[in-house]
Design a protein around this ligand. Structure first.
Ligand code: 13P
Length: 291
């Protein structure tokens, strides 16, 4: 196997931004899961982003394991649609560098918990390492509430438009995730997103925006986000819930089954595939891999 077939997110998100749809980032956890996302993408001609947090990478073996897994599937399944392999919530320059060196095509450097100047400094350092290597970079400002990788994160905090402009101008980052009321994990009550602020930020920074915490946001709100410059929407929880629902059903209705392929395989075939098709349809990205 020679080089990766994965691409960075630049072209796919620029196209989505210009044509007013969003590409889905689906977080992956294992081979069955990854295969299901890739198969749906290929069958429906849909660009996709595979999101991997540090803890998911560690769970699977490490950054090199994930790159090997994804490149192997791309080759064996003959995946020709645009697929980006992206670090989700990279917590430091060293983490992003390790993933890039292993073969990731895109990274998120999450300095959102840092004071603005420190966030800008670390984003710039990652951009300076990533861009010459053809790797795209996403940054975050403000704070997305809820759970992140199993851990509770502080309260929501809205991104401040002037800070977004400074970060984008000073770093030349490719995409910005401004936290505007979305949460990771299940919502308690109806999501209340800052759409006015989203439009204001999009008009100021003029680069594709990213919406974290996409699970559980009603379709009409997702459409409103896309109309306001969001070109990438992250989905993790809904895939996890769909997978677990199918696996739980199998185990609770069949106490003789012991072949793991018959237990976890359907979680991907029936659970993950359904979510990916539904979300890509809602986002407007289904069938957009025609370039
Ligand atoms: P959900 O788990 O709420 O879908 O959020 C996913 C996400 O934003 C990953 O960065």
């Amino acid at each position: 196997m020679s080089r990766t077939r994965c691409v960075n997110m630049t072209q796919m998100l620029q196209k989505a931004f210009e044509e007013h749809y969003a590409v889905g980032q689906f977080n992956i956890n294992n081979v069955e899961w990854t295969k299901a996302v890739l198969q749906v993408a290929q069958e429906t001609k849909t660009p996709v982003i595979l999101g991997v947090t540090s803890s998911a990478a560690t769970y699977m073996g490490g950054w090199n394991t994930v790159v090997g897994l994804v490149n192997g599937l791309m080759e064996d399944l003959d995946i020709t649609v645009p697929v980006a392999l992206h670090v989700d919530h990279g917590g430091s320059y060293e983490i992003c560098k390790a993933a890039i060196d292993a073969g990731f095509t895109s990274v998120m450097i999450d300095g959102s918990h840092l004071p603005l100047d420190e966030n800008i400094a670390v984003v710039k350092k990652v951009v300076d390492y990533a861009h010459p290597r053809g790797v795209s970079v996403e940054a975050e400002l403000g704070r997305v509430g809820g759970q992140e990788d199993g851990a509770m994160v502080a309260e929501n905090m809205y991104a401040i438009p002037e800070e977004c402009v400074r970060l984008v101008n000073d770093t030349h980052v490719d995409f910005l995730a401004p936290a505007l009321g979305s949460v990771h994990g299940p919502y308690h009550g109806k999501p209340k997103l800052g759409f006015k602020e989203m439009k204001e930020i999009a008009d100021l920074v003029k680069i594709p925006l990213v919406l974290h915490g996409g699970s559980g946001i009603p379709d009409e709100q997702l459409h409103m986000a896309i109309e306001r410059g969001t070109a990438k929407i992250n989905i993790n929880t809904e895939c996890q819930q769909a997978w677990t629902g199918v696996v739980r059903e199998i185990l609770s209705t069949n106490d003789k089954v012991y072949d793991p392929r018959k237990i976890i395989g359907p979680g991907a075939e029936k659970g993950i595939k359904k979510v990916v098709v539904e979300k890509a349809t809602t986002f407007g990205s289904l069938g957009k891999a025609t370039y």
